[in-house]
Design a protein around this ligand. Structure first.
Ligand SMILES: [Zn+2]
Length: 564
C-alpha cells in the first residue's frame, strides 16, 4: 500500500504527484507529500477542446487527495499559488469547499485575483499575502518561500520548498525577461542561493522547450502597438489576456502618446484592471479613460478599445462585437483589431472563426508576424529553461505544465547539460515520483479522471450559478439536438429534446414550443454559419430561457448542433 516502506533505503522521501498540469498544460495542481503532510501547489482550471460538447471547463480530480485525508489520516498543511492565471487559481471556488481548512499563501497580485474570485462565489477570501523578500513560511515540516519571476501576469512566483527529505524548486510558468515592461526582473540571486542550500529536484515549466534561444523581451511591443495605432483609419481595438497588466500599460502609454482615449470593454478586462488599479499597478493619466457610453462622443480615430476575448471565447465582448451583437460597440469598416496574444492550444478554431467575423464587418484583424510582434510568449524558451537548471543546480528534473512533446524537448535540453535519463522524470497526471537524498524513482499511480464543470463566467452573469452537479441533482439535464442549415443558420427540422432526471415529460410539446422560440431567435441573423460555437451557445441559452419561462425549471442544457 505505502510504496515508501518498500524503498531499499531508509532516507526520508517526498512524494510528488501532479493531479493536473502534466501533458494537458492547464488545470495545474501538484502535491508534495512528506510523512502524513501534504503541501498543495496551485489549483487551476482546464479548458477542454471542441469535442467536449456542453461542458466548458475541467477541474483536477481530487479523489486521491480526499481519500488521503479521510482514509489515510493525512493532513493538508497548506496551499501556495504561483500566479494569477486561471489554469493555476481557477479551480479554487470548486475545490476549496470540498477540503478542510488550511493556510493559503500567494504573492500580492495573485492573492488579490484569487480572493476576488472566492468572493464572487460567496466564499471567504482566505488567501494570505506573501510579499517577495519576506522570510520563509513554515507549514508543518515544510518551509516555503516565493521567488519573483517574469511571466505574463504581475507578481508571478516560483516556489522554493524545503523539507527534511530535501529541497524542491517549483519552477512554475516563467521566462527570463531582462527588460520587462514593469521593470520587475526575475530574482536570479535567490535562485542561486537555493542552489547553495541544495535543490533535490527542479519541477520546471517546459512549455517553450521546443523553441531555441531565449524568449525575446517585451520592450519592443509598445513601439509596434503605437505604430499600428497611429496608422488606424478607424477605431483601434486591441485584445490580450485580461491579466497581462504590463501589456495594458503599454497600450495605455501608446494611446496617451497619440492623444487617444482608452475604453475597457468586457467583464474580465474591467475586473482585472480595477484590481490592478487599486494596487497601483496601472499607469494612466487622469482623463485618458472613457466609459463605454462615451465612445460615441469621439471620432473613431480617437478611440482605443481594450477588449476581452482574445481566445475567441463564445460569450466574450470581442466575439459579440464581431458578430454585431454588442449593444454599445459596433465594428465598422476601417476599424483595426490587434491580437496581442497567442492562441492557447485548442482555441485555434474559435479564433479563426472570430477573425472571419471581423473581416465580414469590413474591419482588419492584425496579429504578430515574424517581422512585427504584438505579443511575446510568457513562457521561457530552451535557453531560459537551461538557465534555470544552471542556476538552481538540481539533482533531479521533472518537467511540468507542458504537453508530452514539450517534456521530451525538455529532456533533450537537460541531457545536453549532462543529466542522464534516470535523473529526468517524464510523468503523467497521477504518477507519483518518490524523491530522497539517496534516490528518485516512480511510485504508485493514482487514477485521475476528467472532471467537468459548467461554464460559470460570462459577460452578463454576475452571480455564479450552481455547480452542474447540484443542478443535475435537482433539475436534471436537457439535451437539445438541433439540425442547422449551414447556408443560412436556420433550423431544418423540429429540435429533438432529451430529458434526464427532470420532472418534465411531454417532450413533443416542449419541442414544438422550443422550435418556435429558436426560429424567432435565429431568423434575426440569416447568414452562412462560420462560428458554430457561437450558434451552439445561442441554442443553449434560448432553450434554457424557454424552459425556465414556460416550466420554471433550470436543467443543465447541453446543446448539440448538427450541421447540415
Ligand atoms: Zn501562467
Amino acid at each position: 500500500m505505502n510504496e515508501e516502506k518498500k524503498a531499499p533505503h531508509n532516507a526520508p522521501s517526498v512524494s510528488f504527484i501532479a493531479l493536473g498540469g502534466e501533458e494537458d498544460v492547464t488545470r495545474n495542481m501538484y502535491l508534495y507529500e512528506y510523512k502524513n503532510q501534504i503541501l498543495i501547489v496551485d489549483c487551476g482550471l482546464g479548458f477542454p477542446d471542441e469535442t467536449m460538447l456542453g461542458v466548458d471547463l475541467l477541474l483536477p480530480d481530487i479523489t486521491y487527495l480526499l481519500d488521503a485525508i479521510r482514509k489515510k489520516g493525512k493532513k493538508i498543511i497548506g496551499l501556495v499559488l504561483t500566479h494569477g492565471h486561471e489554469d493555476h487559481i481557477g479551480g479554487l471556488p470548486f475545490i476549496l469547499p470540498q477540503l478542510p481548512q488550511f493556510p493559503i499563501y500567494a504573492s500580492p497580485f495573485t492573492a488579490a485575483l484569487a480572493n476576488e474570485k472566492l468572493r464572487e462565489f460567496g466564499l471567504p477570501a482566505s488567501i494570505q499575502v506573501f510579499t517577495f523578500g519576506d522570510t520563509e513560511i513554515s507549514l508543518g515540516d515544510f518551509m516555503v518561500s516565493f521567488i519573483r519571476v517574469t511571466h505574463s501576469v504581475p507578481d508571478s512566483a516560483n516556489i522554493f520548498i524545503k523539507t527534511p527529505a530535501g529541497n524542491f524548486f517549483h519552477g512554475s510558468d516563467f521566462k527570463f525577461d531582462l527588460t520587462p515592461a514593469d521593470g520587475k526582473r526575475s530574482d536570479f540571486q535567490r535562485m542561486a542561493q537555493c542552489a547553495q542550500e541544495g535543490v533535490l529536484a527542479l519541477m520546471s515549466d517546459c512549455l517553450g522547450s521546443d523553441r531555441s534561444g531565449h524568449t525575446p523581451s517585451e520592450e519592443n511591443l509598445g513601439v509596434n502597438l503605437e505604430r499600428e495605432m497611429r496608422d488606424a483609419r478607424g477605431k483601434f481595438f486591441v485584445t490580450t489576456y485580461s491579466s497581462n497588466i504590463a501589456r495594458l500599460n503599454q497600450i495605455i502609454a501608446a494611446a496617451e502618446n497619440l492623444h487617444k482615449k482608452v475604453c475597457f470593454v468586457g467583464r474580465s478586462v474591467i475586473k482585472v484592471k480595477q484590481i490592478a488599479d487599486r494596487m497601483g499597478y496601472v499607469h494612466m493619466k487622469a482623463g485618458t479613460e472613457i466609459q463605454i457610453g462615451e465612445v460615441k462622443n469621439f471620432k473613431n480615430t480617437q478611440v482605443v478599445l481594450v477588449v476581452a476575448g482574445s481566445q475567441g471565447q463564445e460569450n466574450s465582448a470581442l466575439t459579440r462585437i464581431a458578430n454585431n451583437e454588442h449593444k454599445d460597440i459596433k465594428l465598422t469598416p476601417g476599424d483595426v483589431v490587434v491580437f496581442s496574444s497567442d492562441p492557447i492550444p485548442g482555441n485555434e478554431v474559435a479564433i479563426n472563426s472570430l477573425v472571419d467575423s471581423i473581416a465580414k464587418r469590413g474591419a482588419k484583424a492584425v496579429y504578430s508576424t515574424a517581422a512585427v510582434a504584438f505579443h511575446v510568449s510568457g513562457h521561457g524558451s530552451s535557453g531560459d529553461h537551461m538557465l534555470l537548471i544552471a542556476l538552481t543546480k538540481p539533482k533531479y528534473l521533472v518537467p511540468i505544465s507542458g504537453t508530452y512533446r514539450h517534456m521530451v524537448f525538455y529532456r533533450e535540453l537537460a541531457q545536453k547539460m549532462g543529466y542522464t535519463t534516470k535523473e529526468i522524470f517524464l510523468v503523467e497526471n497521477g504518477q507519483e515520483v518518490l524523491l530522497s537524498q539517496q534516490q528518485a524513482r516512480l511510485g504508485k499511480r493514482v487514477s485521475v479522471n476528467n472532471v467537468y464543470v459548467d461554464q460559470v463566467s460570462g459577460e452578463e452573469v454576475e452571480h455564479f450559478v450552481v455547480r452542474d452537479r447540484e443542478r443535475l441533482g435537482k433539475e436534471g439535464i436537457a439535451i437539445v439536438m438541433a439540425e442547422i442549415n449551414t447556408a443560412d443558420g436556420q433550423l431544418i427540422t423540429k429540435p429533438e429534446i432529451i430529458l434526464r432526471g427532470s420532472a418534465l415529460s411531454d417532450t413533443q410539446n416542449i419541442s414544438a414550443g422550443l422550435m418556435h422560440e429558436l426560429e424567432k431567435k435565429l431568423s434575426a441573423q440569416k447568414e452562412k454559419v462560420t462560428n458554430w460555437a457561437h450558434l451552439r451557445r445561442i441554442i443553449g441559452d434560448t432553450t434554457g430561457r424557454y424552459l425556465y419561462k414556460k416550466f420554471h425549471t433550470r436543467p443543465l442544457v447541453l446543446p448539440v448542433v448538427i450541421e447540415v
